[in-house]
Structure formats: structure tokens, C-alpha cells
Write a protein that binds this ligand. Structure first.
Ligand SMILES: [Zn+2]
Length: 134
């Protein structure tokens, strides 16, 4: 995915990426980053490079979840991997490392997919009971 013009490989599917902050109960926050009411990025096909504007072989494209159209604060929230509540509470420490690794088209070749995802997975309805209705 692309956050603030830098490309990252996520360690898990985007709908499983979870807030890294520590709650008052000293447990890791269980809030997911991708929620029905959060601003959505755009799946797009881009040249398989580590950054925008770099040269790539013409045939090499990859599917990427692009957050570039989102407000800066929202992209920063993704980069620091915090839910809304914890993005607004900077004193809460991080209990886990973020899932982002700078994307390298050579090292991460196995993850380069030249097609957009067909099953645009959306957060499940009902399951958690905390989601606003869609
Ligand atoms: Zn949180």
C-alpha cells in the first residue's frame, strides 16, 4: 500500500491490520484499521517500484492500495497504525510494532500481484457488534 507517497508491504491482509496502541488495561487495542466508517483508499495498478515516479520495467505492474487521496492526518494514522481513539491519544504507548515494511520490488517480488483484487474484502457485518451499520 502507499502511505504519504511511500510504498509499504503489510505483514497481513489489510482488513486484519490492527491498532498497535496499548489500552488502559495494558492489553493491545483490538480495533481494526479498516472499518466501515473510515475513509477508503483506492485499489490501483501501478508500476512495481518502491516509490512514486521511479522507473520500472514497462510490463511490471502491481495492485496497490493507495491512500494518497486521504487527508494527511488520516494517512499518518495509518502509518502509525492507530485506531481513531488512539490516534487522538498520543500518550498511549505502542504495544506492538507496526505491520509496515518498506516495499522493495526485488525483495518482495512474491507479493507483486499484477491484478486488482477480485474479492474486495470488506469488514464483516455484525461480527464485532461495535460497527456502525452499513
Ligand atoms: Zn486503538
Amino acid at each position: 500500500m502507499q502511505i504519504l507517497y511511500i510504498r509499504y508491504l503489510a505483514a497481513r491482509p489489510l482488513d486484519e491490520v490492527q491498532c498497535v496502541a496499548q489500552t488502559r488495561h495494558r492489553a493491545r487495542c483490538t480495533a481494526k484499521m479498516l472499518t466501515p466508517d473510515s475513509l477508503q483508499g483506492i485499489w490501483t495498478l501501478v508500476p512495481a517500484t518502491a516509490a512514486q515516479g521511479q522507473l520500472a520495467l514497462p510490463a511490471e505492474v502491481m495492485a496497490m492500495y493507495d491512500l494518497s487521496s486521504l487527508p494527511y492526518a488520516e494517512q499518518l494514522r495509518w502509518r502509525t497504525q492507530r485506531c481513531r481513539e488512539h490516534a487522538a491519544a498520543p500518550t498511549a504507548g505502542d504495544l506492538a510494532l507496526t505491520d509496515w515494511e518498506p516495499f522493495d520490488p526485488f525483495v518482495h517480488r512474491a507479493y507483486v500481484c499484477p491484478r486488482l483484487p477480485t474479492d474486495m474484502r470488506r469488514p464483516r457485518h455484525g461480527g464485532g457488534g461495535t460497527e456502525a451499520g452499513w
